[in-house]
Design a protein around this ligand. Structure first.
Ligand code: HEC
Ligand code: HEC
Length: 346
């Protein structure tokens, strides 16, 4: 992973040079950037959707992707992964809505693309636990419907682990919630936000939140000229040490980016997370320790600046954040190919 992290001061300098990628407020583009090596096709997306909802992609058939990233809701887990005692997952499952607009994946930015992310998950003992490529491929090969679906999505190729990751990623790139009230506002409809929400937007700007949460996804520059796909945009959290929140919410237990780069300077650095649809993705932060959005805003103010926002200001900022919820596209459940008269899960 190439790393890319800049201090708040340097961000402000770059912004003042008004490089488009670093513009504070941007609407969600109609489409994300599709990687050349995995272009979208109907067949791939259809297959990816089946795989996404299919529990047979996990060793014991106990979870599908949708179990922890529930697309009937915010695309996250509502804190449920912490209750899966046998899995002992210490991080919250992020939302997959608008995930195509990000340049890196995971809270600590360790995956450079959706494809790489999926490959890790498929074999992670705490997630899908499929053991080996050979095992995963043989399971899908034994389901006749998948043999057909793969041959349509990847003509002249076999069922491979890479193709599974590509199909999943193609489907994930369709998960876009457009046209939030904020988007309407930024595109020129000044009455799309009410006075309270506009006050919240101004506070979000003036209190410095935009210094890190800016751009199309409020997660820093979107993939493009400034931030190539795979480049990480991450920041220190907590920046100001010693607050009560630090111990209350165990913010020092997990050292973030450091765990995979092993670079001392990366301790407590985290990818700046997107804030679109944030009202629908409680609990908050990498460890899901904060249960509601008001508290998340108080925490951010305290641990990143210590300006001391008052409750009225917190409430205004939350009102603004709620305008970032897009319109979720209607979704139908896919039919999953059956293995007639038998089960694959023992
Ligand atoms: C048992 C729960 C669980 C299941 C099942 C699961 N995930 Fe995840 N997923 C997580 C957690 C937890 C994270 C965050 C881990 C981290 O950042 O270290 C995550 C992260 C992700 C991310 C990164 C999102 C971002 O904003 O960076 C993507 C993409 C993703 N999962 C896709 C999938 C797909 C595709 C499947 C099915 C193959 C799946 N997940 C199945 C729990 C789950
Ligand atoms: C110095 C950079 C920086 C600034 C400034 C900043 N944030 Fe954050 N924000 C982060 C990082 C990094 C995280 C992820 C930390 C974690 O999960 O451990 C985060 C997480 C969040 C979350 C939780 C996201 C989620 O999916 O759980 C919210 C909400 C949030 N910030 C809002 C704000 C608000 C509101 C402000 C202004 C008061 C602000 N942030 C200022 C870097 C920043």
């Amino acid at each position: 992973m190439r790393s890319f992290f800049i201090t708040l001061v340097s961000i402000l300098i770059i912004i003042s040079q008004s490089v488009y990628a670093f513009e504070y407020l941007q609407p969600l583009p109609d489409k994300p950037i599709f990687p050349d090596n995995n272009l979208q096709t109907e067949e791939k997306i259809t297959l990816g959707k089946q795989l996404y909802f299919d529990p047979r992609l996990s060793l014991k058939g106990d979870v599908s992707c949708n179990t922890c990233h529930n697309l009937a809701a915010g695309g996250d887990d509502d804190g449920a992964v912490f209750n899966m005692a046998d899995r002992k997952i210490k991080r919250s499952a992020p939302s997959l809505w608008n995930v195509a607009y990000l340049s890196t994946y995971f809270w600590d930015a360790r995956a450079e693309s959706l494809e790489v992310q999926a490959l890790e998950h498929l074999f992670d003992p705490k997630i899908m636990d499929m053991g080996s490529s050979a095992f995963l491929e043989s399971r899908l090969k034994s389901i006749p419907g998948y043999v057909i679906a793969f041959s349509k999505a990847f003509p002249n190729e076999k069922i491979t682990t890479e193709n599974i990751a590509m199909a999943l990623s193609a489907f994930e790139r369709t998960l876009i919630a457009h046209d939030s009230r904020y988007d309407q506002y930024i595109k020129g409809n000044k009455s799309a936000l009410n006075e309270k929400e506009k006050r919240g937007l101004n506070l979000f700007k003036n209190k410095g939140c935009l210094g890190c949460h800016f751009g199309v996804n409020f997660a820093g520059p979107a993939p493009g000229p400034a931030l190539k796909m795979g480049d990480a945009f991450y920041e220190l959290m907590p920046t100001i040490r010693g607050s009560n929140y630090e111990s209350k919410y165990n913010f020092l237990d997990d050292q973030g980016v450091y765990h995979h780069t092993l670079d001392e300077e990366h301790r407590l650095f985290w990818r700046v997370p997107p804030l679109r649809n944030i009202a629908d993705t409680a609990p908050y932060f990498h460890n899901g320790a904060v249960k509601n959005l008001h508290e998340a805003v108080r925490v951010m103010d305290r641990v990143q600046f210590n300006y001391g926002v008052n409750e009225q200001e917190v409430d205004d900022i939350v009102s603004f954040l709620k305008t970032l919820t897009g319109i979720y596209p209607p979704m139908t459940l896919p039919r999953l190919p059956e293995t007639e008269g038998a089960t694959l899960i023992n």
